[in-house]
Write a protein that binds this ligand. Structure first.
Ligand SMILES: Cc1ncc(COP(=O)(O)O)c(C=O)c1O
Length: 184
């Protein structure tokens, strides 16, 4: 028996993408405004159930924006998993805060809530968790942990558009959830 092949990096462009790109070019609104951005934001809000959705140019900028809005700076610490894409770490460093690495769980490679709990200090301001490869983190443990210590919870959902947990889309548990349309 052969296993189905699921490509990691192959974009699925089987719909109206070409038509929309050409329509966008023809409209001359190739940045900032135009008809597609509000449509896109409304569609993302509808799919995720988020109250608001804001489009920026990629998942890295979305993370930076979310962290910037938390007023983080030198002396602050943000807990982040060891196993992630580098943007989750770089954007913490860009705010001046220090990334503090929590280990991954063997079961799903996502952040281990018990290790995150051990790393909390008076300087900890936030947990930036990452839902890897479409698998949701343990949101019961992580929301309880962040509430207990008064920490912001930011969800990097770059790899998890479409991931729900008990009917709730990831990215709607914390103060902000960020997504990416990178090819994988
Ligand atoms: C976990 C994770 N965070 C952030 C990003 C960054 O997203 P982008 O490539 O859209 O900047 C990626 C992209 O692959 C990612 O996998």
């Amino acid at each position: 028996m052969t296993s189905p092949v699921i490509p990691v990096y192959k974009p699925d462009l089987g719909g109206n993408e070409r038509r929309y790109v050409l329509e966008c070019l023809d409209s001359t609104w190739i940045s900032s405004l135009g008809a597609f951005i509000p449509k896109f934001e409304a569609a993302v809000a509808a799919v995720t159930g988020a109250r608001h959705a804001i489009a920026v140019c990629n998942g890295t900028v979305a993370l930076h924006l979310a962290l910037h809005c938390l007023d983080l700076g030198a002396g602050d610490e943000v807990i982040v998993p060891t196993f992630t894409y580098i943007a989750s770490v770089n954007t913490i460093a860009q705010t001046g805060a220090r990334p503090v690495f929590a280990d991954a769980r063997p079961s799903d490679w996502n952040i281990d809530p018990d290790d995150a709990a051990r790393l909390i200090t008076p300087r900890t301001k936030a947990i930036l968790l990452v839902h890897l490869y479409g698998a949701a983190c343990d949101m019961t443990a992580l929301t309880a942990l962040s509430a207990r210590h008064g920490l912001h919870l930011v969800e990097d959902c770059a790899e998890a558009l479409g991931t729900t947990r008990e009917g709730r889309h990831v990215g709607t548990y914390g103060i902000a959830g960020t997504f990416s349309f990178f090819g994988n």
